[in-house]
Ligand binder design. Structure first.
Ligand code: SF4
Length: 331
């Protein structure tokens, strides 16, 4: 019998700050589902990270934590193969974060592009806090406490991952022990689905289609989508490449784009009908996932069991790392 090589481990997470929407599905979830085949996946509800922005109204964090996990499982994350857990239930994240906080120079955090960008752009909350500046340190602890070999990231998150790698190097070199691996970037193709109004899909813009939306809501949201502004009358020929509805066809029904392009450019059918057809197909596509979602919503006990199992596995790995870290530090 040939020994099997253990799968490489990856860590990824989502902040539970709202209902998951189609943007999460094509941007993250579908990728996670694929990664399960190849990697030992740790998927984390990043509730400490959510608290950094929602500290004034923390009640929603716990609600969305469970809601998000229900969506993960409904849309294909398999708790038998992957480890699903809530970050705050594994205290080792904060222990390691403390150690890393001591050895991370302030300049590394202050120069982080996403930190500066968020401080500039987020006007609804005060992010000028100690916790928010240290966001990447906690992120490094999240990954390294499991000795993650790789992290699925979009290009915009590469500077954060580089910081994690720098922190791992600094720890290893300061104490002369190779405790932490330098996790590699698993660059994911940026699948960026825009919102129904053509802007970035975000709950703060009110332009999302949520994974939990019922059929009537989905149809209504699609009916209100922005289309080609030059196509005013039925006889006007359209330009699919600048139309958000066409982009949705390309994401979800790529096999139909030829047909849609043809009817759009020849003014074969109107935008109202085009949107109706998209809405109906989307409702049909999401129906099996939503049925699973409803069943899980009615069985919260099962979700809690899954999370308890995940927590146990996560804690076993995390506490082994902390034991090693404390031994190296002599604490
Ligand atoms: S027909 Fe469809 S693809 Fe063409 S502009 Fe209207 S909504 Fe967009």
């Amino acid at each position: 019998m040939t020994p099997t090589t253990p799968k490489k481990r990856i860590l990824s997470g989502m902040r539970p700050t709202g209902s998951l929407h189609l943007g999460h599905l094509v941007g993250t979830l579908e990728n996670w589902v694929r990664l399960q085949d190849e990697y030992d996946c740790f998927f984390m509800v990043a509730d400490w990270h959510a608290l950094m922005g929602e500290y004034e109204h923390p009640a929603s964090v716990a609600t969305y934590s469970l809601e998000n996990v229900i969506d993960w499982i409904s849309y294909g994350i398999d708790p038998e193969r992957s480890t699903l857990f809530i970050q705050s239930r594994v205290p080792e994240h904060l222990e390691l974060c403390m150690v890393f906080s001591c050895l991370t120079p302030l300049g590394w955090l202050e120069r982080c592009p996403t930190y500066k960008e968020q401080l500039r752009e987020v006007t609804t909350r005060d992010l000028n806090t100690y916790g928010f500046l240290g966001y990447p340190v906690l992120q490094a602890a999240d990954i390294l406490v499991y000795k993650g070999n790789a992290v699925p990231v979009g290009e915009d998150q590469l500077p954060h991952l580089e910081l994690t790698r720098e922190i791992a190097r600094r720890f290893n070199s300061l104490y002369g022990k190779n405790v932490f691996p330098e996790p590699a970037a698993l660059l994911t193709k940026a699948a960026r689905l825009l919102g129904t109004d053509g802007r970035k899909m975000s709950k703060s813009y009110g332009n999302t289609i949520n994974l939990s939306d019922d059929p009537a809501t989905i149809m209504k949201k699609i009916a209100g989508m922005i289309t080609d502004p030059q196509r005013i009358k039925l006889a006007d020929k359209g330009h699919p490449d600048i139309c958000g509805v066409f982009a949705y066809y390309s994401f979800f029904f790529p096999e139909s784009t030829g047909e849609v392009r043809q009817w759009c450019e020849s003014a074969g059918i109107g935008c109202t009908e085009c949107k109706k057809r998209l809405g109906a197909r989307l409702v049909e596509k999401l129906a099996p996932y939503q049925a699973k979602r409803r069943a899980l919503e009615n069985d919260r006990g099962a979700i809690e069991k899954i999370l308890a199992r995940g927590e146990e596995k996560a804690r076993a790995a995390a506490s082994a790392t902390m034991k090693e870290v404390k031994a190296v530090l002599g604490i």
